[in-house]
Design a protein around this ligand. Structure first.
Ligand SMILES: NC(=O)c1ccc[n+]([C@@H]2O[C@H](COP(=O)([O-])OP(=O)(O)OC[C@H]3O[C@@H](n4cnc5c(N)ncnc54)[C@H](O)[C@@H]3O)[C@@H](O)[C@H]2O)c1
Length: 339
């Protein structure tokens, strides 16, 4: 298939581009580079040995999106594009609702007009809300605790309504747990701008000397060692899950499918720190800080449905995730170059 990857220059999108090419698909990227550097494209071309066509447009621009579909032959879309920082979404709700919803509307309309009705969407475990039952199954009710999370809940609802309106649609919402790690080459990885919001890039920046120490938010949760527990999934396993979803969704009986992509294993903050110290051979200084508002004690997936329906499972361990993150971080201490 010729697959349009929206947000394909971003963290998860770039790793998925590589997996798609490896699986024999053609790829077209659309990204406005609001949260990515153009230099990622050259890295993707070097790793895949292929030119990667890129449209540098903002998907909320309906005319430009229409123009893209009028000039490219597209069979399916994987939709990663969107804003993703929880804290920023609380400060700038309108920017989040507008970017995440409008880009999806614009994409869905252009797809419909051009008879492209196969879509894989980046959702998130955040749709399980504040007090989910563990492990989380796809049948739990959805909810959110911040505007970012609500954009995912709302987009899933919109996709489900669109899928129900016309049986030619085949749509998958993939609910990711905590993507970490980097491509095994160390040439592609997560390159957050500013202070990282997530644990793994923060730990990596402490290890490489860009930040002094880590704050561990809360050590009195009801977990194995009192620190928060999450289901970390290697970004390359996640990328493989997208290829599996894309290859499966078209032959599903139902127009809308929802799959958790996680390992099913919970790992605590202190366990991540220890694993990163093993991978990097460097100490990770940390201090215990108060709990952060809105954080839950533990989150992990029941990945059984994706395992069964997609013939996919996460294979990489927390040690693999830390080793690959460290390779990326130590080869690229300041992330991607500007040019
Ligand atoms: N990283 C995570 O922890 C995580 C977890 C669950 C879900 N997700 C979702 O997965 C998707 C990808 O996440 P990521 O971590 O790769 O983020 P990312 O920011 O690295 O990638 C998103 C890309 O979309 C682009 N983009 C944003 N708005 C756009 C627009 N209007 N038009 C065109 N391009 C636009 C950005 O420039 C960026 O390259 C997002 O939808 C995110 O919400 C991420």
């Amino acid at each position: 298939m010729r697959v349009l990857v929206s947000g394909g220059a971003g963290y998860i999108g770039s790793h998925t581009v590589i997996r798609l090419v490896e699986a024999g698909h053609d790829v077209v990227v659309v990204d406005d580079f609001s949260n990515a550097k153009p230099t990622v494209v050259g890295r993707l071309e070097a790793l895949t040995g292929r030119p990667i066509p890129v449209h540098a447009i903002d998907l909320t621009d309906t005319d430009k999106t229409e123009h893209l579909f009028a000039h490219e032959q597209i069979d399916a879309v994987i939709h990663f594009a969107g804003f993703k920082a929880v804290g920023e979404s609380v400060a700038k709700p309108l920017a989040y609702y507008q970017n995440n919803l409008d880009s999806t509307f614009s994409l869905l309309r252009a797809m419909d007009r051009h008879d492209v009705r196969t879509l894989v969407f980046s959702s998130s475990a955040t749709v399980y809300g504040a007090e989910p039952e563990l492990p989380m199954t796809e049948d739990l009710p959805t909810s959110a605790t911040n505007p970012y999370g609500w954009t995912k809940v709302m987009i899933e609802q919109i996709l489900s309504d669109v899928a129900a309106s016309d049986d030619r649609w085949r749509i998958a919402a993939l609910r990711y747990f905590n993507p970490v790690g980097a491509h095994a080459s160390g040439d592609i990885g997560e390159d957050p701008s500013g202070i990282p919001n997530n644990l793994m890039p923060f730990v990596a920046q402490v290890a490489v000397g860009r930040r002094e120490q880590l704050s561990v938010f809360g050590d009195d949760y009801d977990t194995v060692d009192g620190t928060g527990v999450r289901d970390y999934i290697h970004v390359d396993d996640l990328a493989a899950g997208h290829v599996a979803a894309l290859d499966t969704v078209g032959s599903r009986a139902e127009p809308m499918s929802v799959w958790n992509l996680g390992t099913g294993q919970g790992v605590s903050v202190l366990q991540v720190i220890k694993a990163f110290e093993r991978a990097s051979g460097r100490p990770i200084p940390y201090e215990i800080a108060p709990r952060r508002a809105g954080d839950i004690a533990a989150s992990y997936a029941d990945p059984a449905r994706a395992n069964a329906d997609l013939g996919w499972r996460a294979t990489k361990t927390i040690d693999d995730m830390c080793a690959d993150t460290w390779r990326w971080q130590s080869k690229n201490p300041n992330g991607y170059p500007d040019a």
